[in-house]
Ligand binder design. Structure first.
Ligand code: ADP
Ligand code: MG
Ligand code: MG
Length: 370
């Protein structure tokens, strides 16, 4: 691939200078990401991010790029108005030489490029709570700047991504078909999700009935999708905008808590290690509301604690659905891996149900309604 990048791909983009070399870059699991380096005559060398879009997952790369272009243009305008540095605080696409956002290579692969955000890094894990708060601030800020974006103009890059009503249908179908002959062995787990079926409709119905606003959602609010300043650890730029879609702010908040506030890995087998850490919940809530609080509706705020449970329920149910279907969607590394994952999510949901009142108190503490 490095030869192809050198001989074909880099020539298609409006890069400044003479190509020096390309190398695989970062720890993303979805796209193939490279850094490409250029020498310039009077200026210091420069590097860019070059990515091959994963078209197995994203079947409409043009629609996806329209989303990214729309959202980053809006962010750029806002950041400029507030006197910030748009080239550092949002992604900037580098166009191709013929003015397009994507280059289709000779094998049908789709490539795009971004300016490289220097002096910043993506952290893989929350080894310090301050990183979690800073991540929350960055996602909250992203939400705040996009609060007036017409979310209904965005393409749905993965259909029904957080449609929990639809996810329940797929789950019940998997139980009924029992393709892998495993349903009898996981009756308790199946029951856990069926008992909470009404929860699955709460947000979907509220959006449909206009009780919750449709917003720009990121849908991959992991710590490693924020560039953090090397000197200050502040979250400066939200990246990885492939899954930007119309949805509820609750999806992003809930999912951040689901994986970020858990005391154990998603596939931990010793369930006594798995719980939702209220300290981390508070760290995230404080950061998120400090930025986005004023732009959220009362109903969104009311449902924040519930959203953590909802997104965990959804995720656990997806793992169980895949287990029942014979492990065809999530990559597994051991037998019953999807069942282990499902059980950590069930444990988290149960723990969140126990802690729901405390979560509500924490949200109330950081809501600043004047
Ligand atoms: P994936 O969907 O595969 O996770 P990302 O868009 O998150 O792809 O990119 C993968 C990694 O590349 C990021 O975690 C980050 O380390 C790095 N990266 C992406 N965009 C930039 C950028 N504009 N500047 C610097 N590093 C970047
Ligand atoms: Mg990423
Ligand atoms: Mg991604």
């Amino acid at each position: 691939m490095l030869d192809k990048i050198k001989n074909e791909i880099v020539k298609a983009f409006l890069f400044d200078g003479d190509f020096i070399y390309a190398e695989p870059f970062g720890c993303g699991h979805i796209n193939a990401t490279y850094a490409v380096y250029f020498r310039r005559e009077t200026k210091p060398p420069v590097r860019y991010i070059l990515q091959a879009v994963n078209t197995t997952i994203f079947t409409d790369p043009q629609g996806l790029m329209e989303n990214i272009q729309g959202v980053t243009s809006h962010l750029r305008k806002k950041i400029q108005e507030q006197g910030g540095d748009p080239q550092r605080e949002t992604l900037t696409l580098v166009p191709t030489r013929d003015g397009k956002l994507l280059y289709e290579d000779s094998d049908g692969g789709f490539w795009r490029s971004y300016l490289f955000i220097e002096n910043a890094a993506c952290h893989q894990s929350v080894n310090r709570p301050v990183l979690f708060t800073n991540a929350a601030k960055a996602f909250g800020h992203f939400q705040k700047l996009l609060a007036d974006y017409p979310a209904d103009t965005l393409h749905e890059t993965i259909a029904d991504f957080h449609n929990t009503v639809n996810r329940y249908e797929l789950f019940e179908k998997a139980v009924a078909e029992d393709k892998a002959g495993r349903a009898a062995s996981v009756e308790k787990e199946i029951r856990f999700f069926l008992d909470r079926k009404a929860d699955g409709a709460v947000v979907v119905d509220a959006i449909k009935e206009g009780r919750l606003p449709l917003r720009v959602t990121h849908n991959d609010t992991k710590l490693n999708n924020i560039m953090m300043d090397n000197d200050t650890d502040e979250g400066i730029c939200v990246i990885d905008l492939d899954t930007v879609m119309p949805g509820s702010v609750l999806y992003d908040f809930g999912d951040s808590i689901r994986f970020g506030a858990s005391t154990a890995d998603e596939d931990e087998q010793n369930l006594s290690l798995v719980s939702m850490d209220l300290g981390l919940f508070e760290a995230y809530t404080a950061g998120f509301l400090s930025e986005a609080g004023a732009s959220l509706t009362d109903e969104e705020i009311r449902l924040l604690p519930f959203s953590a449970k909802l997104l965990t329920l959804e995720c656990g149910m997806r793992f169980l659905t895949d287990y029942l279907n014979g492990d065809t969607y999530f990559r597994i590394h051991r037998e019953h891996h999807n069942l282990d994952r499902c059980r950590t999510q069930i444990t988290l949901v149960a723990d969140m149900e126990r802690k729901m009142e405390e979560m509500k108190k924490i949200v109330a503490k950081y809501v600043n309604r004047t």
